[in-house]
Design a protein around this ligand. Sequence first.
Ligand SMILES: Nc1ncnc2c1ncn2[C@@H]1O[C@H](COP(=O)(O)OP(=O)(O)OP(=O)(O)O)[C@@H](O)[C@H]1O
Length: 251
Amino acid sequence: MHSAPAVAHAPATAVHLSEVTKTYPDGPVTVRALNQVSLGLRSGSFTAVMGPSGSGKSTLLNCIAGLETPDSGRILIGDVEVTRLSGDALTRFRRDHVGFIFQSYNLIDHLTVVENIRLPLMLAGRKADPEWEKALIHAVHLNGKEHRLPSGLSGGQAQRVAIARAMITRPSVIFADEPTGALDSHTGQEILELLRKTAASVGQTVVLVTHDARIASAAEQVLFLADGSWAGHLVAPTPEEITSYVMELGT
Ligand SMILES: Nc1ncnc2c1ncn2[C@@H]1O[C@H](COP(=O)(O)OP(=O)(O)OP(=O)(O)O)[C@@H](O)[C@H]1O
């Protein structure tokens, strides 16, 4: 059986999973979306997760981010055991320590760019830090577009708003589920580079799900899931190495 690297829980471990299992009922049968998955990710690391459709990638991200509850196993973000939190405590933890970026941007149509970016702070009843907000808007190249509505943005611009929104609370971990899936490949590469640089500048840990070998090659390591279990990993691979590994796995 394959495993992902660095399972031991050290102080500099940002994300730690120990034998996490998640099942879903599917009519008379049970789908085992994650099967005893363990993982350790270093603080500040940038990891891509790949695997065929239905292999459990989104379930993995949703469980780590506290959007889904595993059936069994432990998940820690930093020193906090997410799997022991529930209700308001989980909501607060997620809001303060986790950033999420989706393929579909999930911007609020009637809020401007800057209002969308501030939304997680508003929901948490926290005030914006004007310096950090300015630095983020600058980092994602949205200066001058602060007061536009999402309907006036390109897909790439909308995703840059989503990146800034995910980072406004300075979360320790950012999860991105196919963040470039709706973009052309050039814009996708630009967005990814921007996410990588901005996260690195503040030492954030990034976990990214993608089907795109070129996008995944921006990561320090690529982890492969198949049928809810680890099917191997590559360290700092080229897009060609990723593609041939995927073909070898027969996925
Ligand atoms: N809410 C749910 N209810 C029932 N089954 C689910 C649910 N969410 C996921 N599954 C099942 O769990 C398995 C893993 O799904 P998941 O979405 O995590 O895979 P994925 O690798 O992200 O797929 P894709 O690349 O298509 O997005 C699949 O068999 C899926 O049908």
